[in-house]
Design a binder for this molecule. Sequence first.
Ligand code: SAM
Length: 244
Amino acid sequence: MRIDIISIFPEYFAPLDVSLIGKARERGTLDVRVHQLRDWAHDVHKTVDDTPYGGGPGMVMKPEVWGEAIDSVIGDGAPRMIVPTPSGRPFTQELAQELAEEPWLLFACGRYEGIDTRVVEEYSGRLRVDEVCIGDYVLAGGEVAVLVMVEAVGRLLPGVLGNAQSAVDDSFAPGSMRNLVEGPVYTKPPVWRGREVPDVLLSGHHGKIARWRRDEALRRTVRNRPELAAELDPGTLDKHDRRL
Ligand code: SAM
């Protein structure tokens, strides 16, 4: 997969050199190219923002510089374009999975009060463009949001995770974990500070372990994410689930 990122702070993306994503880049599974937006600004100060029409606080990113940057990065190609913004659609595991199936993604990182809206309008005519929000809070810029999305998408690419089953069992994974968060996990030793690992996990009985994991996932979802639990498809719940 190719990923282009346009930002006024390319240095934010240094973490993409480490861990799973760094290894995926080394192997060539992931080709990440980070571009400095100011390279397409023409004045001596490399200005990328201006005052908002209609007044109000803050500055807005200029459409001309974004237009030149995007045209230059994509050429005649047609990546799927992602614009992080608090006003976008929620970023979910389902969307991460969908993006992981794209051959090419382009991320446009806003700063200040965001990017002039005409940029999204302009490219929506030529590319698939999604405005995406990573959570109901406001960051200072799109860079951290893009790091979140690149990591969530990158770990789903074939061969990136050591064990592909991990992604299937994860919280929110499409399939049996849809609308569920994962239950508690344990490792050795079997007793730590008097706290014991549940017997079932030491039993070697795969059916019982699967049942326990499912029960715990349901319990945690009801406790921590009641709005997700309310979305569970009743058709996927058995008699045992309903008792929890
Ligand atoms: N005035 C904007 C609003 O209220 O929607 C917030 C702008 S924010 C200070 C600057 C940039 O940070 C945005 O253009 C976007 O790129 C990024 N950003 C902030 N919060 C975000 C979030 N929750 N999800 C995705 N991007 C976010």
